[in-house]
Design a protein around this ligand. Structure first.
Ligand code: 3PG
Length: 212
């Protein structure tokens, strides 16, 4: 039987970059997600930082063919459950708490939990998590820091997120312990506000070619 780790990896391996979205207006979610999918970015993380987020997840999950809708910035069990009910196929958190880990254990939807130190990684490994979000990637030490965790904490894979752009994405993607990166740069606020979906598809297409 496929494990939740397998399910998570199959989503994260769809593309080198997972777009991290802050959606202010739920009506923009579907055209935005369609633009990202058209550019080759199918797994999309919508953060629960705005009142529109759950409706945006629901709309993308139901209406955007080819998209894999996920929820980010999940801080507690209530948000975990709401995000799953809205149709999220993966859940992302910036860090972890015992309560959040219990919610994750009780759910069939995989969690990508955040970690930034060796101790956090070791604790999550004890809980059965092999694929983690390295957050906030640039601010916590960047690619050099993550590289230095690869030998002592071998077998752990990361999706670094935070401060990553087209300029530094390959620094991470070329590491043996990185499966993909996350970033908001593929969906800039200005382009979303203008409804420049072609512009977003171009950024997504550029990102989806990284490492190829
Ligand atoms: C965030 O915290 O918003 C995400 O980690 C994305 O970070 P970024 O905006 O630096 O890409």
């Amino acid at each position: 039987m496929a494990t939740k780790t397998d399910a998570l990896l199959s989503v994260l391996k769809l593309q080198p970059v997972v777009p991290v979205l802050i959606v202010d207006d739920a009506r923009s979610a579907v055209p935005l997600a369609r633009a990202l999918v058209a550019g080759g970015l199918k797994a999309i993380e919508i953060t629960l930082r705005t009142p529109a987020a759950l409706e945006a997840i629901r709309a993308v999950a139901e209406e955007v063919e080819g998209a894999v809708a996920g929820a980010g910035t999940i801080l507690n069990p209530a948000q975990f459950d709401e995000a799953v009910k809205a149709g999220s196929q993966f859940i992302v958190s910036p860090g972890t708490t015992p309560a959040l880990l219990s919610a994750a254990r009780a759910s069939s939807v995989p969690l990508l939990p955040g970690a930034a130190t060796a101790s956090e990684v070791m604790t999550l490994r004890e809980e059965g998590f092999e694929v983690l979000k390295f957050f906030p990637a640039e601010q916590a030490g960047g690619a050099a820091y993550l590289k230095s965790l690869s030998s002592p904490l071998a077998g752990t894979l990361f999706c670094p997120t935070g401060g990553i752009s087209l300029k530094n994405a390959m620094d991470y993607l070329s590491l043996p312990n990185v499966v993909c990166v996350g970033g908001s740069w593929v969906a800039p606020k200005e382009l979303v506000a203008k409804g420049d979906w072609d512009g977003i598809t171009r950024l997504a297409a550029e990102a989806s070619q990284l490492g190829k």
